[in-house]
Design a protein around this ligand. Structure first.
Ligand code: KIV
Length: 274
């Protein structure tokens, strides 16, 4: 409790709406482990998302499809141990919620009961609103996710901007309104046309929009922690990504120095032993 007072007020799902109404931008980053979560929390981030991007950036999968509930629960529980103030959101992995509202409730419930999440994120628009409504009726806050939804990457055929065509604009606007109506406290707009993202943000009254590759007109922004720290494979540089640090050379240099010191008998010294 003392910790929370030192670092400001605990962020809740309600804080998202307050910030939207006060035109205060909402900051979200992903994290997958306890130590990194602690750093983000103490730096003052509003919310930590345990994204299924864990599949790409931690487990080395090509996409998010192989990520399981067991993987997500373990990372969410680890992040919980490092998080005090920020709102902790867990991402529902592929096929943990699509097959039926009952499956969705059982899996989402595990994030709250077993891993300490305070909300879940669900990919999908209009087609997911029945499930989203049931989750919320069960007391599980939901963040929606529309635009380019990576769990449907094979349907999209690649990371393309969404909302360029009339039918796509209508689908995204209708989806945003339906998710708000179902009770979502917020929703991610991923790779949504910049103008449309701003229009959706202005239209929604009770759900905050969190953009990624959707321009500056959203209520907040989310990025993947590894991406802003330069800890991704060579050549990964989507246009929307700003790298705030490049830790790869620093890590490589430290490891090379360690290898050299051990090989040359310079580590450990006698006073570096127990
Ligand atoms: O999995 C993830 O990290 C996400 C965010 C990038 C929105 O879905």
């Amino acid at each position: 409790m003392a910790y929370i007072q030192e670092n400001g007020k605990k962020i809740t799902t309600h804080s998202f709406l307050t910030k939207k109404r006060n035109s205060e931008k909402i900051t979200v980053l992903t994290a997958y482990d306890c130590f990194t979560a602690g750093l983000l929390d103490r730096a003052g981030i509003d919310s930590i998302l345990v994204g299924d991007s864990v599949g790409n950036v931690i487990h080395g999968f090509e996409n998010t499809l192989p990520v399981t509930m067991d993987i997500m629960l373990a990372h969410t529980a680890a992040v919980r141990r490092g998080t005090r103030r920020a709102l902790l959101i867990a991402d529902m992995p592929f096929l943990s919620f699509q097959s039926s509202p009952k499956t969705a409730i059982e899996n989402a419930g595990r994030f709250l009961k077993e891993a300490g999440a305070e909300a879940v994120k669900v990919e999908g628009g209009l087609e997911m609103t029945v499930t989203v409504k049931r989750l919320i009726e069960c007391g599980i806050p939901v963040m929606g996710h529309i635009g380019l939804t990576p769990q449907s990457i094979h349907r999209f055929g690649g990371p393309r901007i969404q909302g360029k065509k009339d039918w796509s604009r209508s689908y995204l606007m209708e989806s945003a309104l339906a998710l708000e109506e179902a009770g979502c406290f917020s929703m991610v707009l991923e790779l949504v046309d910049t103008e449309l993202a701003a229009e959706i943000t202005g239209t929604l009254k009770r759900a905050a929009t969190i953009g990624i590759g959707a321009g500056p007109g959203c209520d907040g922004q989310v990025l993947v922690i590894n991406d802003i720290l330069g800890l991704r494979e060579e050549g990964f540089k989507p246009k929307f990504l700003r790298e705030y640090a490049n830790l790869k050379p620093a890590i490589t240099e430290a490891v090379e120095k360690y290898i050299k010191d051990v090989r040359e008998g310079n580590y450990p010294n006698l006073d570096e032993s127990y």
